[in-house]
Design a protein around this ligand. Structure first.
Ligand code: PHE
Ligand code: NA
Length: 507
């Protein structure tokens, strides 16, 4: 069995695709609020420390593993060590979980792009979102039950189907024609659109006050360990490291590609986009606070509340070009999310292709299509928001962090591969890595990840009181099920050899 694998067309293409994965919803709707709540301007210190001591070293590790072992996550891990295959499948499961709900948020953003034109949300964006649009809250204010598969939301269903069709089309078109070309179009487009949005936001009344609130450093915050945990957490999520994406993307690199410069470029590009989003979001929140006559503090939210309640409210009161502002914001969200979705879905699709030697078309249709079907059946209903919310919480707290911890400890300490990886990375890279890289990757990052895990368990226990039992069980099943899936797949495939995978560039 001989399977030919594609290669990226150009180095820039690979870097843009990796940036496309990294720059996602997290940059726009998560970073600004996390930074604000954790010391404002002072947050930039732990944030940059986290980027340099954990984000980039891990990115270098994942790029090197992908390029050296030339396979998507399970194959690369198996080639690294026969007992490590389960980590790759665990990452595949995490990617599947994330993709099924990430696509839904992209569908919301796509619909809100159109709603922006006529400000369809009316003067109460809050109840429009939860009651009219999502049907997640009853008119009396109570939440629809997590498992109350109430009614379908037909419009959302259609848009979600469209999101999946476009995604599968890109994946099916392949690495160069699909992923690389779409990154070459969408990343510049995103930067331009978001740039225009930020400029408009900076011109609003109250923008300066917003930026003041955002950047005023609270140096005391640096003494709080929670702030450091938040910084590292933001970096892991934001760089898409820890769940096989970057291993998969790097597996399509040619053997002579530079590793470290690419990792620095992707890391700093992603962080620059986050800071840019901080400018945009806080200018807009400053404007909103001025309009409402309330302190900025009361306006700061993240996630769904920021994007789908605060921004529509801002659009409602803009002095000029309101529709344009809304379109730019939601189209940015849609595009940023879309290029990330492509990268997550490539993880399971490529895993099955490489491991079972099936071609891209079959992989796309059966694996990608299967995942799309689950997403389409589960989420466009009135309980979709709550299903999504719980899955997101648990997979972030107990999927990404734990898988990252296990993979680093396995690679560096148990399989003792750091020396081999270092040599391989340095062979083709302008900037060489050495002892500092090892210290960051092998010591600092695992210690912080372990600390984060303890911290997450503490938060879950604290929150448990307010969450019903069925929802909790579901959350643990999602997180635990991903690991169980990994172990099961590795056991089943233990005696099955990986097909011969050959780089197209080497044929
Ligand atoms: N890095 C992405 C972001 O910042 C998040 C992401 C998560 C991307 C999972 C892909 C997969 O939004
Ligand atoms: Na990001």
């Amino acid at each position: 069995e001989r399977v030919i694998r594609e290669n990226w067309g150009t180095r820039v293409g690979f870097i843009l695709a990796a940036i496309g994965s990294a720059v996602g919803l997290g940059n726009i709707w998560r970073f600004p609020a996390v930074a604000y709540e954790n010391g404002g301007g002072a947050f930039l210190v732990p944030y940059l420390v986290a980027l340099v001591t954990a984000g980039i070293p891990l990115l270098i590790m994942e790029f090197t593993i992908g390029r050296r072992f030339k396979g998507s996550a399970p194959v690369a891990m198996r080639r690294l060590n026969k007992n490590a295959e389960f980590i790759g499948w665990w990452q595949v499961a995490i990617s599947i979980v994330i993709s099924v709900y990430y696509a839904v948020i992209i569908a919301w953003a796509a619909m809100y792009t159109i709603y922006s034109i006529g400000q369809t949300w009316g003067d109460a964006p809050d109840s429009f979102l939860f009651v009219d649009f999502l049907g997640a809250v009853n008119t009396d204010g109570t939440n629809v039950g997590t498992f109350e598969f109430g009614e379908w939301l037909p419009n959302l269903l259609l848009v979600l189907i469209a999101v999946w069709l476009v995604t599968l089309f890109v994946i099916g078109a392949g690495i160069r024609k699909g992923i690389e070309n779409s990154a070459k179009i969408f990343i510049p487009l995103l930067v331009v659109m978001f740039g225009v949005l930020v400029v408009q936001a900076l011109t609003l009344d109250g923008a300066t006050a917003g930026l003041d609130a955002f950047f005023t450093p609270d140096w005391e915050a640096l003494k709080d360990s929670g702030v450091w945990v938040a910084a590292y957490g933001q970096i892991f999520f934001s760089l898409s490291v820890g769940f096989g994406i970057m291993v998969t993307y790097a597996s399509y690199l040619k053997r002579k590609s530079d590793i470290t410069t690419s990792a620095f470029t992707v890391g700093f590009a992603n962080s620059s986009f986050e800071v840019l989003a901080g400018f945009g979001v806080f200018s807009a929140l400053g404007f909103m606070a001025l309009q409402a006559g309330t302190p900025i503090d009361e306006q700061v939210t993240d996630g769904v509340g920021l994007a789908f309640v605060a921004f529509p409210t801002i659009v409602n009161t803009l002095p000029y070009a309101a529709g344009l502002f809304g379109v730019l914001f939601f189209a940015s969200l849609t595009i940023a999310g879309f290029t990330s979705l492509i990268s997550i879905i490539q993880v399971p699709v490529a895993a099955v292709e490489d491991r079972f030697g099936i071609n891209r078309l079959k992989g796309t249709i059966f694996v990608g299509g299967g995942i799309a079907l689950v997403s389409i059946i589960l989420f466009p209903a009135t309980n979709g928001l709550w299903l999504l919310d719980t899955a997101d919480g648990f997979i972030n707290r107990y999927g990404i962090t734990v898988a990252a911890l296990v993979s680093i400890v396995s690679v560096v300490w148990i399989a003792w591969k750091w020396g081999e990886l270092r040599t391989d990375a340095n062979r083709t890279s302008t900037y060489k890595v050495g002892f500092v890289w090892l210290a960051c990757l092998g010591v600092i990052t695992p210690v912080i990840l372990g600390w984060m895990l303890v911290d997450n368990i503490r938060t879950t226990i604290e929150n448990e009181a307010g969450v019903d039992r069925a929802t909790l069980i579901y959350g643990w099943c999602v997180a635990g099920g991903a690991l169980a899936f990994g172990i099961l797949m590795a056991l089943i495939l233990r005696r099955k050899d990986v097909p011969e995978l050959v780089d197209e560039a080497e044929v």
